[in-house]
Design a binder for this molecule. Sequence first.
Ligand code: IFM
Length: 480
Amino acid sequence: MTSPASAARRFPPDFLWGAATASYQIEGAVAEDGRLPSIWDTYARTPGRVHAGDTGDVACDHYHRTAEDIGHMRALGLDAYRFSLAWPRIQPTGSGPFNPAGLAFYDRLIDDLLAAGIDPVVTMYHWDLPQALEDAGGWPVRDTALRFADYAAKVVETYRDRVRVWTTFNEPWCSAFLGYAAGAHAPGRTEPAAALAAVHHLNLAHGFGARAVRETLGDAATLSLTLNLHVVRPDDPTSAEDLDAVRQIDALANRSFLEPVLDGRYPEDLVADTASVTDWSFVRDGDLAITHTGLDVLGVNFYSTQRVRRYVPDHEKLHADGHGRTGHSAWVAADAVEFLPQPGPHTAMGWNIDPSGMTELLVRLHRTYPGLPLMVTENGAAFDDVVSPDGRVHDPQRIDYLRRHVDAVGQAMDAGADVRGYFVWSLMDNFEWAYGFSRRFGILRVDYDTLERTWKDSAYWYRDLVATRTLPDADWVAPA
Ligand code: IFM
């Protein structure tokens, strides 16, 4: 599969090229050196929750293979590595004492990255809430945000001298809606009102984390938050009803996180749309001054686009046109929106491939928030990789996906968006949440029997991109 992309697109010399991972997805060692269970340990151990009963117990064994993995990053020529800190490793019960061994693991990782000339881009929270905090109510409970404040203060203080880019949260939408409304992620609850309370407490916790960064590091830090913003299109662009469905999802999935942080408010239409579910009384006086942190850079994770229409509860009609409501609708607290199947091509996740959505999103953010620097903190694709008889993984589909999306980033920059970097998801195959190990996003293949890492062709391609700061030609071929 090939497609046109701008010839010889060059990126600025200071554009940051990196790769991303997350703690529970790669580390393993879940019971070592004082770490206690997170909600994902519990969820993965619950029969039927994760594909094939997979867990992160071993994952990529990164905990024991950091030197090898940093060696790969160095050989790739990465400028930066985006990873997350495991809260249950650093503060096993989410409150009370910190775990010196957990802190020391990231201490060494950061030192070793710096020694390799790789900038550590730290995410404080990528979904692995200490189980003890979920037992006390989880993100729907205000106290979890207060506990996060203590944890954030500790990690910023500990790594303040070596970490420049601090990201508070990765994709809080997933934590709130997949975790507490759809039940498709840990902790697996299906309580729409709790999901909306979680939205606010995640935003509040972001505010506390941002304070820790600002109070400790002032302007020396780059404060960030990573969102998986949805590019939602109307089924019928001429239909007022479908356009209103887009507005509704935009409020729920995008503006519910952007506006408290960048504008100091919740969207009025969001509050109105969800009035039958909650009165938002969990938002207390003064909270929005805490969430309203501004950002030095907004992290953007982009994979695909979505298409919606106003839900018509006419079962015969739905049957006739083959458009059932999808699993997505489970997280829509305000109902009456139908997610439609997207035309292909699709990745192995079933997600459509539509790089124009990347450009559209970055340009929209630039227009809504002029002057806000952006960073693509995740982009990549899962495909059913095969090890060829030559021992290599030839993954032209992934290369094509990456090439078209990197070009789409360039197009957004042409249109004025201030994009500062791009991180491929992921450095290596890893635990893909409810899909377990069945979906491979890495540019390095991980053999889950031997834990051996092998460069896919896409890794060589990415190395060439990083080395030249120039998008390789469409006819690029992997070295023999
Ligand atoms: O694997 C995830 C990651 O943890 C968060 N963003 C999306 C990726 C692919 O699903």
